[in-house]
Design a protein around this ligand. Sequence first.
Ligand SMILES: C[S@@+](CC[C@H](N)C(=O)[O-])C[C@H]1O[C@@H](n2cnc3c(N)ncnc32)[C@H](O)[C@@H]1O
Length: 293
Amino acid sequence: MPDPYYIDDQVTLLLGDALEQLRALPDGSVDCIVTSPPYYGLRDYGTPGQYGLETTPAAYVETMRALFAAARRTLADDGTLWLNLGDSYSNPSSSGTVGATAKVRATRADVQLRASGGDRPAKSLLMIPERVALALQDDGWILRNKITWHKVDAMPESVRDRLARRHEPIYLFTKSQDYRFDLDAIRLPQAASTAARSDSVPGATRNPGDVWTYSLAKFPGAHFAVFPIDLPLRCIMAGCRPGGTVLDPFSGSGTTGAAARQLGRKYIGVDLNPAYHDLARERFAQGVLDLPA
Ligand SMILES: C[S@@+](CC[C@H](N)C(=O)[O-])C[C@H]1O[C@@H](n2cnc3c(N)ncnc32)[C@H](O)[C@@H]1O
């Protein structure tokens, strides 16, 4: 285990490049990975070595493939990977500059850095999540679900020639065909219409399905998109054994860690930026901000 930036009996925060830090973790030492990497050409996190500023979509996909290959080695054979990734439009003429030590901070969904489309013309949706998912499949991962996260209060986009985006995928990947998945832990109450039918079983529950409707989280202090705590809570309940270890190689403000702590799992979070780890530590100390919706 590399030298931690912070450690207690439940949480380990590692500071540095995700790929380098993962290479130093033992084989099969985590049970579940829940993460949202930097999206392609979207934000400048202000840290040298950050991902997402690659000069072509293909280079970004290769960064993700290599990162998740390293993550796969650290995952137990019956472990799960839950990967949330948003898409980008080819935007070669935007004012932001990919690869520079830019002061540009994109805080709204419609402000995008210069994302080269490779061979795609400007304005083309790049299908980055699909490209990454196919690359991971080619690399040996088993793709079990493509979950749609429906964002009820998605950030506004000032566009007039296309529809505003309201959803992102969460991919569930596994290492093996037999893996840990506790469906009972995430079952929902039966829909009212079903429960009202005379042949319905009292107290019956249902599979939550692959469309998850959650509001965006507004975490004070983080200028970047933070996923709502309900999202990692559900992934961890289903995909991590009780008492097991959850990893987020792009820990940010530590939403995955907050969920892991609530559920009595251990947490390893990696991030390049010490300010985000400090934010996560404050958040863990306060706890109250992380009540599920
Ligand atoms: C989308 S944010 C993660 C947000 C997180 N899910 C949360 O709830 O706060 C992506 C994070 O990846 C980090 N990051 C970017 N490049 C990295 C790299 N090469 N290694 C490790 N972390 C990196 C950024 O600093 C940022 O905190």
